[in-house]
Design a protein around this ligand. Structure first.
Ligand SMILES: Cc1ncc(COP(=O)(O)O)c(C=O)c1O
Length: 358
C-alpha cells in the first residue's frame, strides 16, 4: 500500500482552496460593505487586473467557469450567430448548452490536433459560411481554450493567427481561461501578451481550479463588448450581492504573483508525473504535457491496482477505459506523485505487464 494517504488526481476542482484565499475571505468578512460589486475588494481586484494586463480592463466576477464562458460568448454573438470552437471544447461538450442558452448562437465544432483549433479548419469553415446571407447563421466569434482541455497550450503565434483570421472576417476572439494561469506559467509570457496583445477580445479568467473556492472573472479587452455584459450577468443570476467574497478570492491570488506560483507548482507536478510514467513508453502519454493535466494510456492491471490503492482519477468512457486523465493542482505533493508512479509500476510489473503489451 502507498506510504502516504492516497492522493486525488481526479480534478483541480477536487483541490482545497489555498490558505491565502481563506485568509482573504476572513479579511473580507470583517464588517459591512456595499453590495453588488461596489465594495473595496472589487475595486482592488479591478486595479490588480489593470496592473497585470498593463491596461484598463472591465472585470465581472461570476461564480462558475460555465457562467464566465456563456456570458462572455453572449457578449460576442447574437441569436443568429455562429461561434467556432474546438470539437472537444468545454463550451460545446460540457456546458449543457449554456453558451447557446445565453447567446442564442450555435456552436460549430472544429478539428485540430491536441485540443487546439487548426487554423486550416477555421479558415475552411469561414470560407464555407454565408456571410451576409439572410438564410444562414452568421459567423460572430471564435472560442479557444487556454490551456486546452487536453493540457496543451496555444503558442502566441497560434493565437495571433486565429485572431487575425477572426478579426479579418469581423469575428471576436474569446479565450476560455479556466486554466489560464497554467498556460501563462508554461509559456513564460506576460498576461498581456497571452491575451489582448495577441488579439484576444475577452477572457474567462479562472481562479477556482487555481486555489479559489468558487470565483472566476470575465475580463474584457474589447470595449465594444462591455455595454451589455452587466445586464447579461444580472439576467443570468450571476451578479452576486455579496460580491466582495468572490473578488477577495481572486484578488488573493493576484498578490505577489501567487496565482503563477500555484500554477507553476501544479505544472511541475504534471511534468514529474509524466517523467515518472516514462517506463510505460512514450506512446503512453497522449498529448504534450504543457499545463497541469496528463492523459495517459496505462495497463488495465495498473489502473485497477491504483484504484484499489485508493488513488482517485478519471478514466475515459469505453472503448478508451485505459486512458486516464490525471490532474495536478497547487496542493499536489511530490510524494503523492512519486507514490502514484511507484504503485503504477509495481502493479504493472507484479502482473507481468510488459511495455510491448501496453
Ligand atoms: C476548460 C474548462 N472551461 C470551463 C470550465 C467550467 O467550469 P465550471 O465547472 O466552474 O462551470 C471547466 C471546468 O472543468 C473547464 O475545464
Amino acid at each position: 500500500m502507498a506510504e502516504i494517504f492516497p492522493a486525488s488526481f481526479a480534478s483541480d476542482n477536487a483541490a482545497p482552496a489555498t490558505p491565502e484565499v481563506m485568509q482573504a475571505l476572513i479579511e473580507a468578512n470583517q464588517g459591512s460593505a456595499p453590495a453588488y460589486g461596489n465594495d473595496i475588494f472589487t475595486a482592488r481586484l479591478e486595479k490588480r487586473f489593470a496592473e497585470i494586463f498593463e491596461r484598463k480592463v472591465a472585470v465581472l466576477p461570476v461564480s462558475t467557469g460555465t457562467a464566465a464562458n456563456a456570458l462572455a460568448l453572449a457578449a460576442c454573438a447574437q441569436p443568429w450567430g455562429l461561434i467556432y470552437c474546438h470539437a472537444g471544447a468545454h463550451v460545446i461538450e460540457h456546458e449543457t448548452g449554456a453558451p447557446t442558452f445565453f447567446s442564442g448562437a450555435r456552436l460549430v465544432p472544429l478539428e485540430g490536433a491536441h485540443g487546439k483549433i487548426a487554423i486550416e479548419a477555421l479558415s475552411a469553415a469561414l470560407d464555407r459560411a454565408g456571410f451576409g446571407v439572410v438564410h444562414e447563421s452568421q459567423p460572430q466569434a471564435v472560442s479557444i481554450t487556454q490551456a486546452t482541455e487536453v493540457g496543451t497550450t496555444y503558442a502566441l503565434n497560434e493565437i495571433r493567427a486565429i485572431a487575425d483570421l477572426a478579426h479579418a472576417r469581423g469575428l471576436k476572439l474569446h479565450m476560455d481561461g479556466a486554466r489560464f494561469a497554467n498556460a501563462v506559467a508554461t509559456l513564460g509570457v506576460s498576461p498581456a501578451e497571452a491575451t489582448w496583445r495577441s488579439g484576444v477580445d475577452i477572457l474567462s479568467f479562472g481562479a477556482t481550479k487555481n486555489g479559489a473556492i468558487a470565483a472566476e472573472a470575465i475580463v474584457v479587452f474589447e470595449p465594444a463588448l462591455e455595454p451589455n455584459l452587466g445586464f447579461l450577468r444580472k439576467r443570468a443570476g450571476h451578479l452576486m450581492s455579496k460580491q466582495r467574497y468572490a473578488s477577495a478570492q481572486i484578488e488573493a491570488g493576484l498578490r505577489d504573483g501567487l496565482w503563477l506560483t500555484w500554477a507553476n507548482h501544479a505544472n511541475e507536478m504534471a511534468r514529474r508525473l509524466t517523467a515518472g510514467l516514462t517506463p510505460f513508453g512514450a506512446a503512453a502519454i497522449l498529448h504534450p504535457v504543457e499545463a497541469n493535466e496528463v492523459f495517459a494510456r496505462l495497463p488495465e492491471l495498473a489502473l485497477a491496482g491504483l484504484h484499489a490503492d485508493g488513488f482517485e482519477f478519471h478514466r475515459r468512457p469505453a472503448p478508451n477505459r485505459q486512458v486516464v486523465r490525471l490532474v495536478t493542482s497547487w496542493r499536489t505533493r511530490s510524494e503523492e506523485v512519486d507514490s502514484f508512479v511507484a504503485r503504477a509500476l509495481h502493479h504493472a510489473a507484479l502482473k507481468g505487464v510488459s511495455r510491448q503489451s501496453l
